[in-house]
Design a protein around this ligand. Sequence first.
Ligand code: NZQ
Ligand code: ZN
Length: 392
Amino acid sequence: MNNFSFYAPTYFAFGKDAENEAGPLVKRFGGSKVLIHFGGGSVVRSGLLDRVKASLEKEGLGYVELGGVKPNPRSGLVYEGIDLCRKEGVDFVLAVGGGSTIDSAKAIAAGTVYEGDFWDYYEGKPVDKALPIGTVLTIAAAGSEGSPDSVITKEEGMLKRGASGEAYRANFSILNPALTETLPPFQTACGITDIIAHLYERYLTNTENVETTDRMIEGLIMAMVHEAPKVIKNPHDYEARANIMWAGMMGHNNSCGVGRTQDWTSHNLEHELSALYDVAHGAGLAVVMPAVFAYTMKHDVMRFAKIAVRVWNCDMDFENPENTAKAGIEALRSFLISIGMPKNFEELGAKEEDIPAMAHTCCYGDGSGSGKVVGFTELDENDVQNIYRLMV
Ligand code: NZQ
Ligand code: ZN
């Protein structure tokens, strides 16, 4: 296991009616004037926004509102949010929604206290300061409620890029699984796929002797395989939703990823798809993951064979471990299809002719990229094109 430091000081309030703690928690973490940030309206329709506002009012907290965050959140609304926070003297940013809303809120929180362009953080500058952040999560998926990350799309060039730093860990996150019961089955499945991707991309490591985190990851993926069909069948299965919601947090706050190299190739390739076609991140990952894994499998066949046996109950073929590794990738693909995820470019709405441009942006970005996608393996532009072609 590699050396590491791990500091993840988010306070979690988990369970039914937990959103009523929003006001007391903002106060506890020093807020007096709050920006409530939300998406396209699901939190208005469900009545959640009103409950959160009532909780703030009960504590005598002032607030301003900014809605309209789109899935795959854009830089334009971030600039608007920064202007609003400065004008209104906001000292706390509260995201009420999914990963897109939380990521947009994080960017606003950092941009408000930074003299330069907030996009600097999305070009590699570590996020070292931001206004305090709280979240009320409505979808188990991105893990942004516990992660030090945010992903934003810059409209100019449609570049989807991530930023990281300790200041991006939320001070508190409210996780009420009942809030996820209004999700359409497709969004629920996209979320589960993203959770599984976060776990796989940590599992694909070049570090040896990481049995503790290997076992944590395997256990969490097995829990998702067990719980997913229940919520697809019955969206009101609170207990299954609760298990999925906590797995989403555990899967991405990096407790399973410390002390080991990680992959992130699938995420890098997916971000090009969601930037270009505005597809749901989880749906993109469902198409990307099996292709990336099939292409990179030979780098460490035994790692793929191990997850195939332990998670997907595949038989170990000692004569030819590659067969076991392949069976595991197929089992993952079948599972994702079984919960309603797309399996190829056509079902996703992606076009073969865009492959060269996507591979180029993936490797070089706006000129800041190294020309390689480095993770479990090192891939060049040609490899990335080959992987996209496996998805057609
Ligand atoms: O906008 P509203 O109206 O709220 O609707 C949303 C949106 O259309 C809807 N929704 C959310 N909760 C709902 C609901 N509808 C009904 N009932 C509810 N309870 O679901 C749709 C998707 O929401 P979104 O926030 O986009 O989903 P998700 O949490 O999957 O976030 C995706 C974004 O997170 C980024 C992705 O790239 C993508 O941009 N990621 C962020 C990460 C991080 N910060 O650590 C890591 C991830 O790997 C990921 O890259
Ligand atoms: Zn993800």
